[in-house]
Structures are given as C-alpha cells and as structure tokens.
Design a protein around this ligand. Sequence first.
Ligand SMILES: Nc1nc2c(ncn2[C@@H]2O[C@H](COP(=O)(O)OP(=O)(O)OP(=O)(O)O)[C@@H](O)[C@H]2O)c(=O)[nH]1
Ligand SMILES: [Mg+2]
Length: 213
Amino acid sequence: MNKPLKTARYIKSAFFPKDFPEGGVAEIAIIGRSNAGKSSLVNAWTKTSIAKVSQTPGKTRLLNFYDLGRYRLVDMPGYGYASRARSEMQEYKQIVEDYFAIRSDVVCLVLIMDLRRKWSEEEEMLKKFASMIDRPLVVVASKVDKVNQSERHTLVKKLEKFLQGTPYYLISSATGKGIPQLDEALYQHYVIPYLERQEREKLALKGEDFEVE
Ligand SMILES: Nc1nc2c(ncn2[C@@H]2O[C@H](COP(=O)(O)OP(=O)(O)OP(=O)(O)O)[C@@H](O)[C@H]2O)c(=O)[nH]1
Ligand SMILES: [Mg+2]
C-alpha cells in the first residue's frame, strides 16, 4: 500500500477529550520530556513549520493534532519541566491518561528523548505504561547532529541497555537525518495494519447487513 503524498495540516489543539477531533484515523502519539524535540520532529517529519518550537521548555501544554493524510501525528505536552507546579504535573498525567484511555486509534507511542540525556525514571515509566495499555512503543533519540560519531556510538550503547529490545531510531530534526526511515517504518508497521483492520471491519459490517436483509 503506497503512502499518498499529501500536505500536512494542523487540525486543532485540545485539552479535554470532548474537544479532540473525531476518531477513526490512525494516530501516532509523540511523547517525551520537555525540550526533547517533539514539536521539532513534527516539523521535520512534515517538512513544514506547523508546530510551535521554542527555546522555553514547557511550551506545548495541549495535545496538538496534525493531519498527514492516512494518519495523524499527535504532539503531546512535555513532562519533567522542573519549575512546573505539582498541580500541573497532575494535570499532565490526567491529559495523557485520558487521551490513551479513550483513543482506540493510537497505533503507536513515539517516545522521544535527547540522545545526550540519560534514560530516566520518567522514560522507564512511559515504557511500562505503553506495555500496560498494550500499545507498541518506539523510541526516537533526537539531536544526533549535536554529537560526533564516537560520542554517538557510546551513547547508543548506553541507551540500548535500557531499551531491552524496544525498537529505536536516531534522528536529527535540524538536518532531517533518520526521519524518512522513521516515517516509512511506522507507516509500514503500524499504520498499514490499522488501515487493513478498518477495511476488514467495514467488510464484516457489510456482511452482517446482508445477512439481516
Ligand atoms: N540541534 C538540534 N536541535 C533540536 C533538535 N530537535 C529539537 N531541537 C531544539 O531543541 C529545542 C526544543 O525543541 P522542541 O521541539 O520545542 O521540544 P519539545 O519536546 O516540543 O518541547 P516542549 O514543547 O516544551 O515539550 C528547540 O530549541 C529546538 O530547536 C535537533 O534534532 N537538533
Ligand atoms: Mg513542543
């Protein structure tokens, strides 16, 4: 199944589930620490500047939905922003949990982290969370342009120890490196099976209608 070329479009930002766009389209959720490069990845992925990127961590407070034709990217708020109040952390947890609880269209979680940072408790928690809700997790290590080849090698070896087999991709939103491969892999592994399932369900429904008549 070839991916149709389509211009990416910002759909909307939402906090409450009632404000989320209508479901029925595969969604790839981009999650990770504040400043890890989530919004930059959306821009590099779509070759646009539709997502807001800022030097100030914690800019993205809402879920931002982007339409890429056969699937959507969902840029989620970042966690771990030190000066955030406790109530805000609660709010963060709530929005993330609500989203995954009601959204059956999430085909995978993309956990993005700055390759130079250590795998932390929060990343570990999200890895467990993905497995608990039974959704595939893909780790994206960003900002590879910031390190040289030998540093990259060392950092990747360290990261692999924590990943224990979780698939990962190395990318740079600044140079675009690794992004076509990420896009292609996620489309093939997660979006296509979703579309095929949708197709089967449609056919099954038609079959039922036929029997009733
Ligand atoms: N050199 C380089 N800089 C990057 C890359 N990705 C992101 N950045 C920079 O890192 C900073 C944070 O990027 P954002 O994309 O806003 O990060 P975010 O994860 O969306 O952050 P929040 O919205 O706060 O959760 C910005 O200054 C980006 O320009 C990258 O691949 N390479
Ligand atoms: Mg952001």
